[in-house]
Ligand binder design. Structure first.
Ligand SMILES: *[C@@H]1O[C@H](CO)[C@@H](O)[C@H](O)[C@H]1NC(C)=O
Ligand SMILES: *[C@@H]1O[C@H](CO)[C@@H](O)[C@H](O)[C@H]1NC(C)=O
Ligand SMILES: *[C@@H]1O[C@H](CO)[C@@H](O)[C@H](O)[C@H]1NC(C)=O
Ligand SMILES: *[C@@H]1O[C@H](CO)[C@@H](O)[C@H](O)[C@H]1NC(C)=O
Ligand SMILES: *[C@@H]1O[C@H](CO)[C@@H](O)[C@H](O)[C@H]1NC(C)=O
Length: 420
């Protein structure tokens, strides 16, 4: 066991700051494998960690960081975030990263599995905020400390979904493709580009006016308040939501092992007695709480928050993209327009077959869950999730006939304007 009882006891301590700082100090001395990294460069160092000699002692931040816009795409798994992320990714002026918090989870999970969930959550959040801050400042070296094995000479082939970032698959980071090559497939990028030189990646990031990061591992927008309020950043949050019935349907399809019993439920219309309903209850509880925070328009989100329903995006991709880009201060350039054209028209040849692929006939997909979930399942979900369904304008299906009749939409017209 690399993470000993000392760590477990520490996790029991009350305050976030004490806990986080203490863990850092302790782990850096005694537990190599569970070391929490600290930013190598104190450009946008961790504000709320008052480690002696930490970044607060060096209030430097890079000149360019202030002129950038930092886009946080906040979503949950299977809520259509790859699709929206790709829209940002296509833009010439955007440096996009696909879920870098994967590395935080991967590194910290083995350390945390013996302790209590609320404490785990706080440690993860502290580390996540640190990492996001550094990445928004283009410090990709900091991310290296979360990779296993840790890269040598600043090159790595372990960056999660590297191929999903255009900027990491083209010159100057990768010579195999030029910025003019659109629709470079993820697999091709990984195959042809070789190991990633993080120094070059950092340089590429610094050149761009926008840094966009997709995050699906933070449940509550309120947990990122310290990041949003950081005066050194210029954050805009896009909170992407989707009908929880659609999310569940998509997860059942995608994560086949975890959701095996759910598929039995779906196929038979009868809920297996030993089915664990936690994934659903947690999804809707977190969702409701996070969306409530966002829509209550707290002052710290003023000018920085926009809620987007995936279904609206799917129905009117170009119009919705324009609204989002307007809010972000981006123009819809030709790349983006071409990408939308190519990927939302139900083209006969889907060009990406990746498990997490984004390319599909968007409008038809948004409500297709209605044809695959059983009514029993839908009814149950509607009960558990009724608050968030109502909040976001998703109608309940009152009968099997209503559920399966696709000429009736379950998505109410509802406008969510940016919080300006
Ligand atoms: C930190 O950033 C400064 C300014 O860009 C640079 O001069 C310095 O070399 C960096 N240090 C590290 C360790 O990356
Ligand atoms: C890292 O760079 C040094 C100096 O160029 C070299 O000696 C070493 O072999 C490199 N390590 C790896 C793993 O490539
Ligand atoms: C990575 O790129 C930097 C900047 O161009 C270069 O100096 C360095 O040698 C490269 N590293 C490797 C391992 O190629
Ligand atoms: C700042 O950004 C410009 C382009 O916008 C780039 O040419 C320059 O190298 C960047 N400076 C630093 C210190 O990263
Ligand atoms: C589906 O809904 C439409 C619109 O309300 C209705 O006209 C139609 O009869 C329904 N179809 C079936 C098979 O119930």
């Amino acid at each position: 066991m690399q993470c000993s009882w000392k760590l477990v006891i520490l996790l029991g301590l009350a305050s976030i700051a004490i806990q986080y700082t203490a863990i850092r100090t302790l782990t850096s001395k005694a537990f190599q494998l569970c070391q929490l990294p600290s930013p190598q460069n104190c450009s946008l160092g961790a504000q709320e960690t008052d480690t002696p000699g930490g970044c607060d002692d060096y209030p430097y931040f890079s000149v360019n960081a202030t002129r950038k816009t930092h886009i946080l795409l906040l979503a949950t798994t299977r809520s259509g975030s790859s699709f929206v992320g790709q829209l940002l990714n296509q833009h010439q002026e955007v440096f996009y990263l696909f879920e870098p918090l994967y590395h935080v989870q991967n590194t910290l999970m083995p350390c945390l599995s013996h302790s209590r969930p609320p404490a785990d959550r706080r440690v993860m959040l502290g580390a996540s905020r640190d990492l996001l801050r550094s990445l928004f400042d283009c410090d990709l070296y900091f991310l290296e400390s979360y990779m296993k094995p840790m890269p040598t000479n600043h090159t790595t082939d372990k960056l999660f979904r590297r191929g999903a970032s255009r900027a990491l698959c083209q010159q100057p980071v990768c010579d195999a493709f030029s910025p003019a090559d659109i629709n470079v497939e993820e697999g091709d990028c990984v195959k042809k580009c070789g190991a990633l030189n993080t120094t070059l990646a950092t340089e590429a990031c610094r050149e761009k006016r926008f840094v966009a990061i997709k995050v699906v591992r933070v449940a509550e927008i309120g947990d990122l308040r310290a990041l949003v309020e950081d005066p050194r950043l210029n954050i805009k949050v896009i909170q992407l939501v989707r009908d929880p019935r659609g999310i569940m349907s998509s997860r059942i399809e995608t994560f086949r092992d975890i959701y095996r019993l759910w598929r039995i439920w779906r196929a038979t219309g009868r809920r297996p007695y030993n089915l664990d309903l936690t994934p659903l209850t947690v999804l809707c509880k977190d969702f409701f709480s996070s969306v409530s925070t966002g829509l209550s328009h707290p002052y710290w989100l003023k000018g920085k928050y926009m809620l987007v329903r995936y279904e609206d995006m799917a129905k009117k991709p170009l119009q919705k993209t324009k609204e989002i880009f307007d809010f972000l201060g981006l123009s819809v350039d030709k790349n983006v327009e071409d990408w939308i054209q190519a990927n939302t028209q139900g083209s006969n040849e889907p060009s990406v077959k990746h498990k997490y692929g984004t390319l599909r006939d968007s409008a038809a997909t948004a409500e297709s869950w209605r044809l695959s979930l059983s009514y029993d399942m839908v009814e149950y979900t509607q009960t558990v999730c009724h608050k968030v369904l109502q909040q976001l304008g998703y109608k309940a299906a009152r009968s099997e006939g209503e559920l399966k009749n696709m000429s009736l939409t379950l998505v109410q017209d509802k406008t969510f304007v940016p919080f300006l």
